[in-house]
Design a protein around this ligand. Structure first.
Ligand SMILES: CC(C)(COP(=O)(O)OP(=O)(O)OC[C@H]1O[C@@H](n2cnc3c(N)ncnc32)[C@H](O)[C@@H]1OP(=O)(O)O)[C@@H](O)C(=O)NCCC(=O)NCCS
Length: 191
């Protein structure tokens, strides 16, 4: 398996993998989010996992900011992460996360944020962002799901609220909404 930047001829196949992973139609919300991030100039990387000439996974990185007291800091957000349903559970997602972090380090980003399962991402290098002094971009992001990896150019003053680019808002892909938000909050409260 190879992980590299998506080639123009593979973009449709990558969209199909994303839609299939999230159980959406080919023009579903997550694919629309990726298009909006590109159109708005926030996309910074689009990596694919290719096996036997087939796209089996995808990960995107886009630019956001940490609104630190000293200045606005450009950071990256890892989203979405997708593995074709018939290839899940075989390490493709783990390899894509590692490649995304390597890409982010190569771009000189101080931090990579995401929203997701702390069980999955915690085992792949991520820590709880609130415990490190960051604030989520919305109160609808459950605290355990708001996670970060700090990279070499990170400095201790670079803390504050994570500010998402417009594309996440126009596609309504920030955090969770009721009734899913209520369900997850009840799970967290129940330990
Ligand atoms: C989440 C996803 C990217 C993982 O990719 P993968 O290739 O199946 O993952 P890997 O084979 O590298 O890792 C398997 C591990 O993930 C766990 N796992 C799979 N899906 C998970 C999920 N939704 N939440 C938590 N853990 C999950 C497995 O139990 C296994 O656990 P381990 O840490 O003990 O190894 C993939 O299942 C997927 O595309 N899911 C649908 C889209 C999605 O939910 N994306 C993430 C949004 S934040």
């Amino acid at each position: 398996m190879e992980i590299r930047s998506v080639m123009p001829a593979e973009e449709l196949a990558a969209d199909e993998v994303v839609a299939a992973a999230f159980g959406e139609a080919p023009d579903g919300r997550v694919v629309q989010m990726m298009r909006a991030l590109e159109a708005g100039g926030a996309a910074r990387a689009s990596l694919v996992a290719v096996d036997d000439k087939q796209v089996v996974g995808h990960v995107g990185l886009s630019r956001s900011w940490v609104d630190a007291r000293r200045e606005l800091v450009e950071v990256l957000v890892l989203s979405p992460l997708s593995v074709r349903p018939d290839r899940q559970g075989r390490g493709v997602g783990t390899a894509l996360v590692a490649a995304a972090l390597e890409t982010a380090e190569g771009q000189g980003a101080p931090a990579v944020f995401l929203e997701g399962s702390p069980e999955y991402y915690g085992r792949r290098g991520f820590s709880l962002a609130c415990a490190l002094g960051f604030e989520p971009p919305s109160t609808r992001v459950p605290v355990p799901g708001f996670q970060v990896v700090l990279l070499a150019s990170y400095r201790p003053w670079m803390v504050g609220r994570l500010i998402y680019p417009e594309a996440f808002w126009t596609t309504d892909t920030v955090g969770l909404r009721d009734p899913e938000l209520e369900r997850i909050e009840a799970l967290i409260a129940g330990g």
